[in-house]
Design a protein around this ligand. Structure first.
Ligand SMILES: [Fe+2]
Length: 302
């Protein structure tokens, strides 16, 4: 198949606008909508069109309702202002454009303020399938419809509280090494919990297992695999397992966890915070994900 020559516009890893913002140290940016090229819009259209039947089959009903309430245009990259006009009145959440990676504390703190850091670039129309970085399709079509659900939104806000608790708990530790170890362990636990719920979670329903994790909801290849494949192990979520379970991001997930409802998820985040306060997240199993210096500093210097 002939490769299309994609001009940069707002294409992931090829956007001069984003490079400039990163160079200038601007994390929170605006969405320069006029920069999207016809190829960028085509990528959105192709991605959106092929998810449709999978969503109907595998997505949880809260997500399907969310896609409808947001009135997402199947043909064009959405304007964040338009998305927010529909989203804000429902749960107070809004999509907030960012130029790239958001250090962990800032990310969770945004959730606490009902803001969702949102990538504005979109993957190259020539390589729709695999992308290690998040893009606007993952963020807006995968995450944001979930934010229209009040119970789910509350669980996200609760995550932000956990980040504040972690920062508070390590603030007065004078031994820097001890402080870094404890904080790394707590952030690892939070990141794993987030991964196995918000990104890759499954939910039980009277209609069988449904997907609510955004990594799955934005993946044409993995959404059916997650529900149907006999190679995937699926277990009712257990906090002590999830926080100690490492994961790899570059292949389909072999292990997934189920929740019963978003109220269940909310209670689990509350439990996570309780465990944090009780010191039960101070020594989680080593392994992925790696916590960066920037993540640690974001907790220590907020
Ligand atoms: Fe995500």
């Amino acid at each position: 198949m002939a490769q299309l020559a994609t001009p940069p516009g707002l294409t992931t890893t090829k956007s001069p606008f984003i490079e400039q913002a990163q160079h200038d140290g601007q994390l929170y940016i605006h969405q320069p909508y006029e920069l999207y090229t016809s190829e960028n819009h085509m990528a959105w259209r192709l991605l959106f069109a092929r998810m449709g039947e999978y969503w109907q089959r595998y997505a949880n009903p809260h997500f399907l309702k969310g896609v409808e309430s947001l009135c997402l245009d199947p043909n064009r990259v959405p304007r964040l202002d338009d998305v927010n006009r529909f989203l804000c009145p429902l749960t107070g959440f809004r999509a907030k454009p960012v130029s790239g990676y958001v250090p962990a504390f800032l990310f969770f703190d945004c959730l606490r303020n009902r803001e969702f850091p949102t990538t504005i670039t979109i993957r190259d129309a020539n390589s729709l399938n695999y992308l290690p970085e998040p893009d606007i399709f993952h963020d807006i079509a995968g995450h944001v419809p979930m934010h229209t659900d009040a119970a789910f939104a509350e669980a996200l806000v609760r995550f932000g509280d956990c980040a504040h608790t972690a920062a508070e708990l390590v603030a007065n530790i004078s031994d820097e090494h001890e402080q870094a170890c404890r904080l790394t362990s707590m952030i690892t636990a939070m990141a794993r919990f987030f991964w196995f719920t918000i990104e890759f979670g499954l939910m039980e329903s009277c209609d069988g297992l449904k997907v609510y994790g955004s990594g799955l909801l934005s993946s044409h290849g993995e959404i059916a695999h997650a529900i149907e494949s006999p190679e995937v192990q699926r277990y009712p979520i257990q906090l002590e397992w999830v926080i100690n379970q490492s994961f790899e991001i570059h292949h389909y997930q072999p292990l997934l966890f189920t929740v019963q409802s978003f109220d269940h998820l909310f209670d689990l985040v509350g439990e996570l915070e309780k465990w944090m306060r009780a010191g039960k997240l101070n020594n989680v199993a080593p392994g992925e994900p790696q916590i960066s210096e920037a993540d640690l500093l974001s907790f220590l210097k907020h």
